[in-house]
Design a protein around this ligand. Structure first.
Ligand code: ADP
Ligand code: ZN
Length: 739
């Protein structure tokens, strides 16, 4: 399939060059390109990709390559804002309409859409039903054309999914009203039933279905036994793993407890659970997203509404509900494709508690046990235990759960890196099973182990089991080792356990084979040492220092614009900057993640930081020329989005920057950024209202002398009584007059 790009967007030679221009990436992720090509052919599509696979780009890039509006339906308001912010930060006209906006704001945004500045409109599904909205879309369609619909989180349309939203059913109406506008449905849900439901409910027409692999190769999976001192291990893990992380616990109480202990131990951590007021929860979430706080300790209520791509670790301190939840929750790590760690602390005590809770599931009306539900829950629990105890590649077990085959060993899980040797435990198994037999198959694991270890427990003495020939014959092994054997026997089907809530051990024909010495038993050896992570291509110490410095610069830039740091640059881009140390804009633009807009917006500050670092370290600079674009400034003015025009409108109504910031609930720095861009684009900004005329003259003279490349150099020339904002505004005008 070849794309007919040349006819639609003659400025780009290939989809790759468009990708680099708008998003700064060098290549497509697996699956993205065919989806984009099919979108350019106006086909209906169903896109199934795991979290972090890069779904958004599949509808964003086609939206930018042709005239018209792409309407994106998304259920989560926070995600919507996030994506719109990220698009703005790439200089792309995008906006959202949802219930957080006032009527006035909605009307303004609608005007922006009709003016054609907006390429992507994000919409909450209930909006479609809102009064007068469909007629508005009709107008858009007549005036500027609706290019396509993208239905994000499309599983919400299905009652079989985990997140059914009745409003999603209304989307079918879009299909009827605009039969020729293509529709792309996107989801990370893996089950076949939901997929079928999406196709049907949305009425997709001969759709192309893309199913990406659910393998997340950058995630390292490991299981650690949870013991009494596990908190110490948890703390060590958090200290060892740089970057943001999430710790999941089952109960609010546990969340609060772990948060408290981490805080006491000097870790910046905050809690998140349903017991906190809405405002508090939102605040904690925000602080996590903005990198003000490093660790979120949460119940599973956390994570649905965020897509922070640079989460470096996800720890399950308690049991996940089932394997699919585990996959989704741990999958919140490493969406940016960089290495991340998923650790699951597993204990039998936890299994027992969950098992107990399952046994409590009764019909609230009749008090009868809900047998079917209990059975499903037990089966799911079993799968979690199998995963935790498994000696196979963790990835293989997870993917098999989704019906995907993964061959060989992945090299990025504890079992693949430190395979547990198998040991012959036949004799121990005989002792164990004969003890079960002598206790008349009436007891559970703990009791059997106690008898084997010669415990003086009252019950054992009362039952006279201290008289058995198997009493005390297992003192040579620890209770943990005996339990490991017992569980392994259960797993291998070499002994049975009743599922009546008492978990009594029963012998089966295979058990008798062992007792008759007709069968050997092998058990994976208990872990001796902690798994070590593979080399993650870590940076050298000096690069690490530069990386840290670039991170703080990123944080500063992000705060100035009130956006999350990852919107400015991904970790991977910063790492490349630290490695390659670009010293001019041309080199800077080569970094993956630096598109043309970000090069112009941030290049100077980041290059200055890199140069300064090199100077301090005595690394000779390769390039001492002023930081300016290698090629003449582009003829096109900077891309302006609706948000800039709104600022302009308020400025023209004589509001001061502070008043605009107040009114728009944006930071003052963002407003100055807008004004700078507007000035540079030659829009009619009243510079005299912003900078004293005399001061303008001084700054202009300085620029004429030292050039416009470096703000710092200009400021050194004019003196410290001038601030950067004045200089930026005057410089913008200077640049605009040269265009
Ligand atoms: P999803 O919605 O599938 O979970 P996103 O669309 O949020 O994933 O993308 C996850 C991350 O991957 C984002 O940070 C995005 O910028 C990044 N990304 C997407 N496509 C590419 C690409 N081709 N190259 C590098 N990074 C990409
Ligand atoms: Zn593996």
């Amino acid at each position: 399939m070849t794309s007919n790009l040349s006819t639609v967007a003659p400025t780009f030679e290939s989809l790759e060059s468009a990708l680099k221009h708008f998003f700064g990436y060098d290549r497509f992720r697996s699956g993205q390109k065919p989806i984009i090509e099919a979108a350019l052919e106006n086909r209906d599509q169903l896109v199934i990709m795991p979290t972090g696979g890069g779904k958004s780009l599949c509808f964003q890039l086609p939206a930018l390559l042709r005239p018209g509006l792409t309407v994106v339906v998304s259920p989560l308001i926070a995600l919507m804002q996030d994506q719109v912010q990220a698009l703005h930060d790439n200089g792309i006209g995008a906006t959202f309409i949802n219930s957080t906006l006032s009527g006035n704001q909605v009307r303004q945004r609608e005007a922006g859409i009709l003016s054609g500045h907006i390429k992507l409109l994000y919409l909450a599904p209930e909006r479609l039903l809102g009064e007068g909205f469909l007629p508005f879309l009709d107008r858009v369609h007549e005036q500027t054309r609706i290019l396509s619909f993208a239905i994000d989180e499309a599983h919400c349309v299905s009652e079989w999914g985990h997140d059914f939203r009745p409003e999603y059913r209304q989307l079918r109406g879009l299909r009827r009203r605009y039969p020729t506008v293509p529709m792309m449905a996107l989801t990370a849900t893996a089950t076949e039933r939901v997929r079928q439901d999406i196709l049907q409910q949305l009425g997709l027409k001969s759709p192309t279905v893309h199913v990406a692999s659910f393998n997340r190769p950058n995630l390292f999976y490991e299981i650690r036994p949870k013991q009494k001192q596990s908190y110490v291990e948890l703390l060590k893990l958090v200290k060892q793993t740089p970057g943001s992380g999430i710790i999941y616990c089952l109960s609010r109480k546990k969340v609060d407890e772990i948060t408290f202990r981490l805080q006491q131990d000097g870790i910046e951590a905050l809690p998140y659970h349903a017991g906190l007021a809405d405002g508090k929860r939102a605040e904690h979430q925000n602080r996590f997203i903005r990198d003000d706080v490093r660790v979120m300790v949460a119940t599973i209520a956390f994570g649905m509404g965020i897509n922070k791509p640079d989460v470096r670790f996800v720890i399950h301190y308690d049991l996940p509900r089932n394997l699919e939840s585990y996959y989704q929750e741990s999958g919140r790590a490493g969406r940016d494709g960089e290495a991340a760690r998923c650790t699951f602390f597993f204990s039998y005590g936890d299994v027992k508690s969950v098992d107990y809770l399952i046994a409590q599931k009764v019909d609230p009306q009749t008090g009868e046990p809900l047998e079917e539900e209990q059975q499903i829950a037990r089966q799911q629990l079993r799968q979690v235990i199998d995963y935790a105890e498994g000696t196979d590649c963790r990835r293989r077990i997870q993917l098999a759960y989704f019906g995907e085959r993964f061959e060989g060993s992945c090299g990025n899980c504890d079992n693949c890196l430190n395979p547990k040797p198998m040991q012959d435990w036949t004799i121990e198994a005989q002792k164990f099973l004969s003890c079960v037999a002598r206790c008349k198959e009436r007891f559970g694991m703990k009791y059997i182990v106690d008898v084997l270890r010669g415990s003086k427990d009252k019950r054992i003495l009362q039952n006279g089991h201290d008289q058995l020939s198997t009493y005390g014959i297992g003192r040579d092994r620890t209770a943990d080792e005996w339990r490991l054997l017992g569980r392994s026997l259960l797993h291998q089907g070499l002994v049975d356990e009743t599922s009546d809530g008492y978990s009594i051990l029963r012998l089966n024909p295979l058990s008798w084979d062992i007792l008759r010495k007709q069968r050997s038993v092998y058990v994976a050896a208990p872990p001796q040492s902690k798994t070590t992570l593979p080399e993650d291509g870590g940076l050298r110490a000096d690069m690490e220092a530069l990386f840290d410095r670039l991170r703080s610069l990123r944080k500063q830039v992000a705060d100035e614009q009130s956006v999350p740091p990852y919107v400015v640059f991904a970790d991977s881009s910063l790492r490349l900057m630290a490695q390659q140390q670009p010293q001019n804009l041309e080199e800077f633009a080569q970094i993956s993640g630096v598109g043309s807009y970000k090069r112009d917006q941030y290049g100077q500050r980041f290059i200055e930081a890199i140069r300064q670092f090199c100077e301090e370290q005595g690394i000779p600079l390769r390039d001492l020329s002023p930081i300016v674009a290698a090629e003449p400034a582009p003829a096109t003015p900077p891309l302006l989005a609706r948000t800039h025009f709104y600022t302009l409108e308020l400025h023209q109504q004589n509001l001061t920057p502070f008043e605009i910031a107040e009114k728009r609930k944006l930071s003052i720095n963002t407003i100055y950024d807008h004004l700078e861009l507007l000035v540079q684009a030659g829009q009619s900004v009243q510079l005299n209202q912003l900078v004293d005329l005399e001061r303008q003259t001084v700054i202009q003279q300085a620029i004429a002398t030292v050039g416009d490349a470096s703000l710092r150099v200009i400021r050194e020339h004019v003196g410290e009584s001038y601030d950067y904002i004045e200089i930026r505004l005057v410089r913008a005008q200077w640049r605009s007059s040269k265009n």
